[in-house]
Design a protein around this ligand. Structure first.
Ligand code: 5AD
Length: 337
């Protein structure tokens, strides 16, 4: 176990990066093996009542064509993904009030009939909502803390409360969800020390999943002129998370790939063991612009959604196999828990 001072040193010193990535890769192999879990991501609504300074979907951005998929469309999308072999469905959206507890529970229970694990990533909700979603069949929940620096958090998230964010995470843990969190690397004013605190926070929380991504400036946000986050630093944070939380699930995030060629493959070789391919229809996913340049394939779209989904899945599977890794055919719950 590293101390905070050691973590800070590792993050600041770039002379041992390769050794760090190798160590994380070894710990990944020893604890979760060579299997990669694919999670089919459905971005079902880009409507958001929050105004996170970094996010292109913030309520104040009027240049977004807002959409929400109907419950039937969401369920159909999940069916398409399950049909071609996805064993986990992730439902993600902005903080969209249209999706009430009742509506979501209905969607959850329908998707759970498909014999898949179900992850929610829909932001801050009451404990009663979280309980109802769990009772309806949800298995996992993703909600990044984004940063553990309370001052920075407050600056980045107008009208939001850091304590409430923390409470959401504690509530999810208590309700028995596999709980995922994570942070952005490269927020303006973020320090190396605060990244070290983020890593220790994930450990203290005993997070089951941790997603790390570099900040990417979006032109229609107040942070449009802020430099983007550093890929190598984000990779190092991710590797340290693997070293400290040995057996958790860690995605190679889309943001990594967006700012660095082959970024996800590099992440898979530095501690990650999960990829979340986007299974949303192109007409919607192009409007789900959290940050610009979000990698997304449409070139091969021939009008047949299932063909397109299959091609995308094959494409990522080829890449995974090319580095000697295996596609899991299980639901990919956290091992030993
Ligand atoms: N750059 C990178 N990641 C971002 N996210 C939101 N906006 C950006 C951005 N501009 C991340 C947040 C959120 C996740 C869904 O997307 O960390 O939790």
């Amino acid at each position: 176990m590293y101390t905070k001072a050691e973590i800070i040193n590792i993050l600041k010193d770039d002379s041992q990066n390769e050794a760090l990535f190798l160590k994380a890769d070894k710990i990944r192999y020893e604890n979760v093996g060579d299997e990669i879990h694919l999670r089919g991501l459905i971005e079902f609504s880009n409507i958001c009542s929050s105004s996170c300074k970094y996010c292109g979907l913030r309520t104040a951005n009027k240049n977004v064509q807002r959409y929400k998929m109907s419950p039937d469309e969401i369920i159909q999308c999940a069916k398409n993904a399950a049909d071609i072999g996805y064993k986990t469905i992730v439902l993600q959206s902005g903080e969209d009030k249209f999706f009430t507890r009742e509506i979501l529970c209905k969607i959850i229970s329908e998707i759970k009939k498909l014999d898949v694990a179900l992850t929610l990533s829909i932001g801050e909700r009451s404990k009663d909502d979280y309980r109802a979603f769990k009772d309806a069949g949800a298995d996992r929940y993703l909600i990044r803390i984004e940063t553990t620096d309370e001052n920075l958090y407050t600056k980045m998230h107008p009208n939001m409360d850091f304590k409430n964010r923390l409470n959401c995470l504690y509530n999810l843990k208590e309700l028995g969800y596999e709980t995922g969190t994570g942070c952005l690397v490269g927020l303006p004013g973020q320090t190396i020390e605060s990244l070290a605190n983020d890593i220790l926070f994930f450990k203290n929380l005993e997070a089951d999943m941790v997603g790390i991504g570099p900040f990417i400036p979006h032109p229609n946000t107040p942070l449009k002129d802020t430099p983007k986050g550093d890929f190598t630093l984000a990779l190092k944070v991710m590797s340290l998370v693997r070293i400290l939380l040995k057996d958790i699930n860690i995605p190679a995030t889309t943001a990594m790939e967006t700012i660095w060629p082959n970024g996800r493959i590099l992440a898979l070789q530095a501690g990650a063991n999960v990829i979340m391919p986007n299974v949303t229809k192109f007409e919607y996913k192009k409007k789900y612009e959290i940050y610009p340049g979000k990698i997304s394939k449409d070139a091969c779209y021939d009008g047949n959604l299932n063909n397109q989904l299959l091609l995308e899945k094959k494409d990522i599977e080829e890449k995974i196999k090319s580095i000697g890794r295996i596609i899991s055919n299980t639901k990919g719950f956290r091992k030993n828990h």
